[in-house]
Ligand binder design. Structure first.
Ligand SMILES: Nc1ncnc2c1ncn2[C@@H]1O[C@H](COP(=O)(O)OP(=O)(O)OP(=O)(O)O)[C@@H](O)[C@H]1O
Length: 225
C-alpha cells in the first residue's frame, strides 16, 4: 500500500510563488492500477516525483507499505527507489549510445553478474514484445513504440513493486498506444502496482481508480466509458 498523506508543495521563484499541491491524500492498493489525470501544469509530475522519493514535500508524508520514505536517510531512500520503483517516461530516456539490451540492464549493472542480467533482460524484452533481432540496436534505430517497450523492460529489471508511468503513451500512434495499454494490463495481472499519469482518458479508464488533479486538490473520478 502506498499512502500519500496531506501532501503540500509550493514552488517559489524570483518572480512568483505557486502552491502546486494542497493537502493531497491518496491511498493506492498493492497490485492496482491508479490513473491520474489533470490539466497541464496541475502538478501531476510533481506528485509522481514526491511519491517516488525524488522531491521532498513541504509538508505531509509518503508511506511505502509501513515505511515513511522521507524519514529515511538519503542513501536508504535512494536504495528504495532503485530496488522497488520503476519509472517510465513519455520521452523514454534511453541512453543513445547504449544498445537496447544494455539500456535494460543499466539500472542494476553493478549489482549482479552481467550474464545473469543479460538472461533476465532477454526474458523481459520477450515479455514486452521486443524480438531478439533488435537487442543490439541503438535507440535511434527503434520506432517510438519499440523505445517505450524497451523503457518498460528497463523499468522492470530490478523487479520493482511499483511502476510509475508519466505519460507512457504520449508520443505514440494509436497502434503502439494500444500495445502499451495491453502490456500495462498484463503487468497488473502479474501483480505490479502501477501509477499512470496520462492526458488520454482512453488510457486512464483502464485504471482501477482514476483521480483528477485540479487546483492543487485531488479528486476521485467516475470511470465513464
Ligand atoms: N522546479 C520548479 N520550480 C518552479 N516551478 C515548478 C517547478 N517544477 C514544476 N513547477 C511548476 O509547477 C506546476 C506543476 O508542474 P508539473 O510538471 O507537476 O505539472 P504537470 O501536471 O505534470 O504538467 P504537464 O501535464 O504539462 O506535464 C507548473 O506550473 C510548473 O511550472
Amino acid at each position: 500500500m502506498i499512502k500519500v498523506e496531506n501532501v503540500s508543495k509550493k514552488f517559489t521563484t524570483k518572480t512568483s510563488s505557486s502552491e502546486v499541491l494542497n493537502s493531497v491524500n491518496l491511498h493506492i492498493s498493492n497490485g492496482s492500477w491508479t490513473s491520474i489525470v489533470g490539466p497541464s501544469g496541475s502538478g501531476k509530475s510533481t506528485l509522481l516525483n514526491i511519491i517516488s522519493g525524488l522531491l521532498k514535500p513541504d509538508s505531509g508524508e509518503i508511506y511505502f507499505n509501513d515505511t515513511n520514505i522521507y524519514q529515511l536517510k538519503e542513501q536508504e531512500r535512494s536504495d528504495l527507489r532503485r530496488k522497488r520503483i520503476g519509472f517510465v517516461f513519455q520521452d523514454f530516456k534511453l541512453l543513445p549510445y547504449y544498445s537496447v539490451i544494455d539500456n535494460v540492464i543499466l539500472p542494476i549493472i553493478h549489482e549482479h553478474k552481467k550474464e545473469e542480467l543479460y538472461k533476465q533482460a532477454k526474458k523481459l524484452l520477450k515479455t514486452v514484445g521486443i524480438s531478439e533481432s533488435i537487442h543490439n540496436r541503438l535507440p535511434k534505430e527503434l520506432s517510438g513504440g519499440e523505445k517505450q517497450r524497451v523503457a518498460i523492460a528497463r523499468a522492470l529489471i530490478a523487479n520493482p513493486d511499483l511502476l510509475i508511468c508519466d505519460e507512457p503513451t504520449g508520443n505514440l500512434d494509436s497502434k503502439n498506444r494500444d500495445q502499451i495499454i495491453n502490456l500495462l494490463n498484463s503487468l497488473r495481472e502479474q501483480g505490479k502496482t502501477m501509477i499512470v499519469v496520462t492526458h488520454d482518458m482512453g488510457v486512464a479508464v483502464h485504471g482501477d481508480e482514476i483521480y483528477e488533479l485540479v487546483n492543487g486538490k485531488i479528486n476521485q473520478t467516475e470511470v465513464v466509458i
